[in-house]
Each structure stands twice: as C-alpha cells, then as structure tokens.
Ligand binder design. Structure first.
Ligand SMILES: NC(=O)C1=CN([C@@H]2O[C@H](COP(=O)(O)OP(=O)(O)OC[C@H]3O[C@@H](n4cnc5c(N)ncnc54)[C@H](OP(=O)(O)O)[C@@H]3O)[C@@H](O)[C@H]2O)[C@@H](O)CC1
Ligand SMILES: Nc1ncnc2c1ncn2[C@@H]1O[C@H](COP(=O)(O)OP(=O)(O)O)[C@@H](O)[C@H]1O
Ligand SMILES: [K+]
Length: 509
C-alpha cells in the first residue's frame, strides 16, 4: 500500500473533485459517512455518551458530519467546537449549519479551559480537532484540552490523525498529542503512524478508501510503501520443477565466536529454512562440532583461531556472504573483515558486530559491494550514523548513507523500515513476541538466503523482512508472544512462505 504525504493527499482531493464532478462538501460527506458507519457498526446503538470535539477546518467538518449522522441514528451525542481560530473552512460552515438545522441548536463552543466539559471513563470521544492540516504545535488551551481528553481514560477515536501529530514531520515529544485508542484514517495511513516516536499515539488504525482518483494515485510516487501480504506475494518467485540445489545458490555465513555460536546457527537454520540451496559456515574453530551437530545440513569451515575470527579464507564460490552475527569486534576480526572486503565482489548482508566494525572503521564502507544490505537495530544504527534529532532526521541520515555507498539499510524495529537512496518500505508483519534474543540473527539468514536464491538484494531485504515478521506471527499463534524464541521464528520461515498463498478472512496481512 502506498503512503502519501499530506500535500499529495490534498492534491489528490482536488483532482478527485474535478474528475468526479463533486464538491468538497460531497467528498467530506462521503468520507465522514464511512467513519460514521464504522462507529455505528461497533457501537450498535449502545447508550453511551458520544462526545465529538471538532476543530474549525475540514477535520472538524468531518466531525460535524459524523455527529449529525449519529444523532439521526438516535445516539446520545454532544458536539463541541474547539474554536481555536475564526478562520472556519467553508466545508466546516456548511456542516455547522446542517447540524443546527437538525438539532435546532448550535454545537457547544469551547474558547478556553473554563469551557471544558467533564469527560468520563465510559464516554466515547471522537477527536476531530486537527487532521492533516496541522502544521505547528497546538496553542495553549487546545493543548490543555488534549491533556484533558487524554487523562479522562475514555475511549478516543481519532479521525484521520490524532490531533497534535503532523502527517509528515516530527512532533516534539514534549508537545501534547491525542493518545487515540483507534484511528480511522482516509485513503492511506500516514508515515508517522509507523515511526517509533509517534506510532504509540495512533492506537490501532483502519484505512478507509474514500474513493480518491485511482489513476492519479497509481501514478503518484509515494513517500513510502507499506508491505503486507499482497505486496510480499508479488515479490515471491515460485520454484522451477527442474531446478536443483545449485539453482538456489550457496550462502556463506561468516561469524560466531566463543560463547556466541548459537547466533550464527540461528542465521544458518533460517537460511536453509527459507530456501538457500547450500550453506557453509565460516566460524572460529570452536564452532566446528557445535554447528556440525546442530545443523547437519550445513557445511562448516573453520578459522585457524579457536575463539574468534582472524583470517577469512575459503575455497568456494558463494552466491552471497552474510557477515557479522556473533562475531565480536576484536582487532584481528576487524582486520580479517577488512581483508575479506578488499577481495570480495559477492553480494553481502552485514549485521550485528559486522555493523559495529563498520562504525569503528568508516573507511571500510567504501569497500562494500553495491547493494550491500545492512540490518542494524537502533543501537547499531546510532553507532553507524550518529545521534539523530528525531525519526525524520534518522531516516534522512540513513538515506544519505545509503546514497553515498549504494546500500540497503534495514532499520529494525516494531515496524522495520527498509531505506534506499530513493525509497522507503515499511514492514507490516511481526509482533512483540519477536523481541527475543536472536530474532535479528534469523532475519540475517533469511535475507542472505533470498539473495543466494537469486533475488535482487532490495527485493530480498523487503521480502525477507516481511517473511521474518510473518514467521514470528505464525510462531506466536501457537506459542504466545512470551513463548516464542528465535529458533521458532526460523522454524516458521517455511509456513510464512506457504501463508503468502492463503486466503485471509479479513484480508489483512
Ligand atoms: N475535501 C477534502 O479536502 C477532504 C478532507 N478531509 C478532512 O480534512 C482534513 C484536513 O483539513 P484541513 O486542511 O482543513 O486541516 P485541519 O487539520 O482541519 O486543520 C485546520 C487548519 O488549522 C490551521 N492550523 C494548523 N496547525 C494549527 C495549530 N497548531 N493551531 C491552530 N491552527 C492550526 C491550518 O491553517 P493555517 O492556520 O495554517 O492557515 C489548517 O488548515 C483531513 O485531515 C480530513 O479529516 C476529509 O473530509 C476528506 C475530504
Ligand atoms: N515489537 C516488535 N514487533 C515486531 N518485530 C519486532 C518487535 N521487536 C523486535 N522485532 C523484530 O525482531 C528482530 C530483533 O532484532 P535484533 O534487535 O537484532 O535482535 P538480536 O540482536 O537479538 O538478534 C528485528 O527484526 C525486529 O524487527
Ligand atoms: K483528528
């Protein structure tokens, strides 16, 4: 699914109005009617107080329409107008009159803190104060209204965006932002729904297709793409009946150290479980028996050194090299990595201490082959690109590094972002059960495996991240979040591939 900026959405609104020959009041009616239907479907005429807080722009206009439709349906609704300015939009005004015509009363006007109504835990609050038009922090009393709503404990449904968040810019965490229980958003989710600093304000979200012009949206380059099952399925390439193990490449995983051989074992298991034709480990000598025993399908080459890597030399022609898992950052390992980079031309996936070594030796970056995939978690990323001011700054810095060295940056998190010099892909699978030691090692193995099978590194990263998350989801279905460990994620890589072709009841990933 494409993610558009506020500017792009406003442009699409305009084009839609022209092409469909409708007014913006009509489009607002259409969009807000869909919101009303969702609310009505959930509340089923329950007798709970519905309190709708409307701004004076078009987000407020949506709130007025929703309020009118709920009143017509017999709900117990109070509409409040958050009168932060006199510049009411014309769509707001049209719907303001429509509410008056229906109820014979004007909505309740809020102009300062003294006007705030009581909000009880059992109320159903609708936040229609600001949508994608917010472009600066909330003013004084509006900010305290947001605090008032947040501290009420009531269920809060945000229309389009939680008020206080901007669609495509960072919000200072000190600012007040509606903490929505649920957000119903129009046409596409917004970028801030997925960023660690802002995602928590959105709650669960639902995207409503409000019928913006399809042709225009199709040809508009989005700010990011959300990768769910349909997108992942489109990337998957089925196997040829007459293929053999050579068709699916030979993955070489270099890493491990004394006491950390499990990490590379997890990567290797995931690599084979996601389809690599052959797998060789290159590890310190102490890993030999461990790996031959734990994963008999793999071959093992060893370093002369017992506990850490000191010289990476092998007589095979790998399709991909995965480096860094459990490898440590000793001086000799750093040197061995440098020597490997100097002679290697094969695609690479670099994780964990491999990234830490790059951070300590920035000059190694220019030795990386084109399209190298780096898979940092936030700590590793910080060592690599330095501190960031906010999530947008982080994305920009990651993008700059990607551009400078032709890299694919897989920034891991609850929503993993894959960033190239041009594009952003946001993964929509995975769960908190994956916050467990070694789950990142599994991802390294899956991405290396897909590259070894012939997928382009970017496709391997995007599809690999999706399959990894889905494998975590399938594992947690049987084992619970708490009971899922990294090995279970690796074991479910195959079921995650099978799941691409399963029809879902609710059409979600
Ligand atoms: N036909 C359509 O277009 C459709 C639109 N739809 C709905 O419209 C929503 C966007 O509406 P909107 O553009 O009117 O912006 P909204 O978020 O209501 O803000 C109002 C104005 O407030 C201002 N402002 C900004 N920050 C401020 C601040 N901190 N403190 C005070 N004022 C501030 C700023 O104006 P400014 O002062 O910058 O000139 C801004 O314009 C969208 O989210 C969706 O819900 C749907 O109905 C689908 C069809
Ligand atoms: N809450 C979560 N939701 C979805 N995925 C998660 C969550 N927590 C962790 N993950 C995923 O688990 C993996 C953790 O990787 P990492 O931090 O490198 O772990 P390790 O170093 O233990 O292998 C990442 O792919 C990340 O996206
Ligand atoms: K809102």
């Amino acid at each position: 699914m494409k993610i558009f900026s506020a500017h792009q959405l406003k442009e699409a609104d305009q084009i839609t109005l022209e092409k469909q020959g409708i007014s913006s009041v009509d489009l607002m009616e259409r969009a807000a009617t869909l919101v009303y239907e969702e609310i009505h479907r959930r509340l089923q005429n329950a007798d709970i107080p519905v309190k709708i807080f409307c701004g004076i722009g078009n987000n407020g206009g949506d709130g007025l329409v929703v309020g009118r439709l709920l009143i017509e349906q017999g709900y117990n609704v109070t509409i409040y107008v958050v009168n932060y300015s006199d510049q009411r939009s014309s769509e707001f005004l049209t719907n303001y009159d429509r509410v008056k015509n229906l109820t014979k009363n004007w909505p309740v006007l809020l102009k300062s803190e003294e006007d705030f109504p009581e909000i009880s835990v059992g109320d159903f609050v609708v936040d229609a104060i600001f949508g994608i038009g917010l472009n600066r922090p909330l003013g004084d009393w509006v900010a305290s209204l947001v605090r008032h709503i947040n501290s009420s404990g009531a269920f809060v449904l945000a229309i389009d965006m939680p008020s206080g968040l901007m669609a495509d810019a960072a919000t200072d965490p000190k600012n007040d932002i509606i903490r929505a229980s649920f957000t119903i958003t129009f046409q596409t989710p917004k970028l801030v729904f997925f960023l660690p600093e802002t995602a928590e304000f959105v709650g669960d979200y639902l995207v409503l297709d409000i019928g913006l012009d399809r042709d225009h949206l199709l040809k508009t380059e989005p700010v990011a793409r959300l990768i769910g099952k349909p997108e992942a399925k489109a990337l998957y390439r089925p196997r040829n009946k007459f293929s053999h193990k050579g068709t699916y490449g030979h993955a070489l995983l270099v890493g491990g150290s004394y006491g950390k051989m499990g990490s590379i074992c997890l990567s290797g298991t995931a690599a084979l479980r996601s389809g690599a034709g052959m797998l060789t480990f290159y590890v310190p000598a102490c890993g030999y028996e461990i790996l031959q025993t734990a994963l008999p399908e793999a071959m093992v080459l060893t370093d002369v050194h017992e506990k850490t890597l000191s010289k990476i030399e092998f007589d095979l022609d790998p399709s991909v090299i995965g480096f860094g898992v459990g490898v440590g950052t000793s001086k000799s390992t750093q040197q061995a990595f440098e020597q490997l980079l100097k002679k290697n031309k094969k695609p690479m996936v670099i994780d964990a201490d491999g990234i830490n070594i790059l951070s300590k030796n920035k000059e190694f970056l220019k030795l990386l082959p084109e399209g190298t995939v780096l898979t940092p978690h936030p700590g590793e990323l910080k060592r690599l690109i330095g501190e960031w001011k906010d999530d947008f700054d982080k994305l920009e810095k990651a993008r700059q590094l990607a551009r400078e060295h032709n890299l694919i940056m897989v920034i891991k998190g609850a929503y993993t972002f894959t960033v190239t010099s041009e594009e952003i892909y946001i993964n929509n699978s995975g769960n908190p059960g994956m916050a467990t030691a070694g789950s990142g090692d599994v991802l390294t193995g899956i991405i290396a495996s897909l590259i070894s099978q012939g997928y382009e590194p970017l496709v391997a990263a995007v599809l690999g991240v999706y399959l990894h998350g889905k494998a975590g989801d399938l594992a947690a279905e049987n084992l619970s979040y708490e009971g899922t460990i990294a090995g279970d994620i690796a074991a479910h890589a195959g079921p995650a591939i099978l799941d691409l072709f399963k029809q879902d009841e609710n059409n979600e990933n």
